[in-house]
Design a protein around this ligand. Structure first.
Ligand code: SF4
Length: 272
């Protein structure tokens, strides 16, 4: 298999952290994972190679990334994850993940590690039964050298056992796509895990388990109202999430966007 790897120049958004990185004397938030491994192109996770960490200078980066799973059972219309990776989450084995953590440890890294999964709890049962207990045991053995964060849907709040396992494993922060507090917008984008719930109460539950919540919001839905744009997101984000970001609604290539007038909203691109 031949692969052409491209590290694109990112547009100036909050997420390239260009100005913030100067404060911590780093060149980038995360290393370009695809330059370290062709992992993202391998359909079979069981044969995915681990990153070649010796190719980078750890001192240049604020955090390093590893990946447990691909795929997501949901199908949010602004997101291309299910088109790229399917709706049945596939996971590496606990042995693979522990081997990757060991390699990172032996390479000398200590500090933040981002699980670059689009939905870390996509396969909730396996994450609870196999993966997190193995990570907890490894972290205890190694005396907690890493601090983990990842991305999860808000229904993490419905599973206290899962939240406890994550905090015991060393997770301190999760990015949660809140998108909009307006139900019409959630219906519009098929964000099913966010519907029929008190989003604020869910954010509180995750925080009370010991996890910082980074809230993600989208503006530009066809059903956005003055209230959803200026009221609730500011309320939830500024007062209740430790950090939050807003993303303009844009369609990703391959995302199943269904705008009410049949047009795709703005050009492809995403910064989550
Ligand atoms: S936005 Fe998140 S929950 Fe929705 S399909 Fe994408 S990965 Fe899954």
């Amino acid at each position: 298999m031949k692969a052409l790897l491209i590290y694109p120049e990112y547009p100036e958004t909050f997420w390239n952290f260009r100005f913030a990185l100067r404060f911590i004397a780093k060149k980038a938030a995360y290393p370009p994972l695809d330059l370290l491994t062709v992992a993202a192109m391998m359909p079979d996770l069981s044969s995915t190679p681990g990153p070649s960490w010796e190719l980078i200078r750890f001192a240049d980066y604020a955090a390093l990334s590893i990946q447990l799973s691909r795929g997501c059972p949901y199908d949010c219309e602004f997101c291309n994850i299910t088109s790229l990776f399917g709706r049945v989450p596939r996971l590496k084995s606990k042995e693979q993940i522990i081997a990757e953590l060991d390699r990172l440890y032996r390479s000398g890294w200590r500090g933040d590690v981002f699980f670059a999964d689009d939905n870390f709890i996509g396969h909730q049962a396996k994450v609870k039964r196999d993966i997190l207990p193995a990570i907890i045991a490894w972290m205890q053995r190694r005396k907690y050298p890493f601090v983990f964060n990842s991305q999860v849907p808000v229904n993490l709040a419905d599973d206290p056992e899962l939240m406890e396992l994550m905090t015991r494993a060393g997770f301190t922060c999760v990015f949660v796509g809140i998108e909009s507090p307006d139900d019409a917008c959630l219906v519009e984008c098929s964000k099913t895990p966010n519907r029929n719930r008190d989003l604020l109460a869910s954010v509180y539950k995750i925080q009370q388990s010991g996890l910082e919540v980074q809230g993600g919001f989208i503006v530009g839905f066809d059903h956005d109202s003055h209230q959803s744009l200026t009221g609730h997101p500011v309320y939830i984000g500024e007062r209740h999430c430790h950090r939050y970001g807003r993303t303009a609604q844009r369609s990703l290539r391959h995302a199943p966007v269904r705008a009410v007038d049949g047009r795709r909203p703005i050009a492809s691109g995403h910064d989550r």
